[in-house]
Design a protein around this ligand. Sequence first.
Ligand code: PLP
Length: 354
Amino acid sequence: MKKHNFSAGPCILPQDVFKEASQAILDFNDSGLSILEISHRSKDFVDVMDEARNLALELLGLEGKGYKALFLQGGASMQFLMVAYNLLETKAGYINTGTWSDKAIKEAKLFGEVAEVASSKEANFNYIPKGFILPENLDYLHLTSNNTIFGTQIKHFPEVDCPLICDMSSDIFSREIDFNQFDLIYAGAQKNMGPAGTTLIVVREDILGKVTRKIPSMLDYQTHISKGSMFNTPPVYAVYISMLTMRWLKEQGGVKAIEEINNKKATLLYSEIELNPLFKGFAAKEDRSTMNATFSLTDGDLKDAFDAMWKEAGINGLNGHRSVGGYRASMYNALSMDSVGVLVDVMSELERKA
Ligand SMILES: *Cc1c(COP(=O)(O)O)cnc(C)c1O
């Protein structure tokens, strides 16, 4: 039986996408060939890459606005260094909202001065820092829109007069934002867009080419833009499944339509966390994520009982990250309202029994 999959990443994808993707392994587009054995220069695959790039821009409302979409390898972690390599000349600002920002800061420091403009470290990153003052003359400001581990999410993005860079790995395509305010967005596919193995980068072309250092071809965004993400062999299957997932999202009505469902799922779960005395939420209420809900039991003695109950109900992937503990329910686009309902029923049953 199919599990209710709350895994944080790699994570749930639409069932229809899995079906179509598995068929393409055996026979892609009735070609008599598997997608895994054809040239990435073949028309069949070039069409996939084109559609993937176009869908990404379309879903973000960024078509025809000077942005380019790329599908590269190395994960979001590679972007921690590529962003700095391509854009950091003297000084960049970073908002530290936990683990992922921390890692991005560490890489950027190899290339120039880093101003950690704000941080919520003193509270184990359970909120999003606000009201900070930006230093002048930053090459860019870097944000993490959703902290997958701590379950916090930026709801209001700062207005800045330097390029704005955002790691959207765990909430890309989950909610409507004015994406025009960003100059570079990146997202590892395996949280809300596809399987592990590719990373989406959406970049405004006119911010590139301004640093004085030499950049190796593979790490230079301009190389990949000029070659349409085909400078070297792309991760064909990961791009294909990401493309199918974006097609699926478009069929659902796009980002706006999925956001409504995501908000309903989050409201259902957070209401239970608030009303059920056996649970407490980790993240500050105004900053809590619609994608990753972090919570724990108020009475640790109930852990074995609760764990047995959710496993029995067919739920997978609820254990929290080791740096927070407790539980984390990841509710990405492909997770159904029904699955959230099953979890909430288990939580209220625990209260009835305890
Ligand atoms: C998972 C994650 C990353 C790291 O992604 P990789 O593709 O494993 O390098 C970076 N940022 C955020 C917000 C993430 O959730």
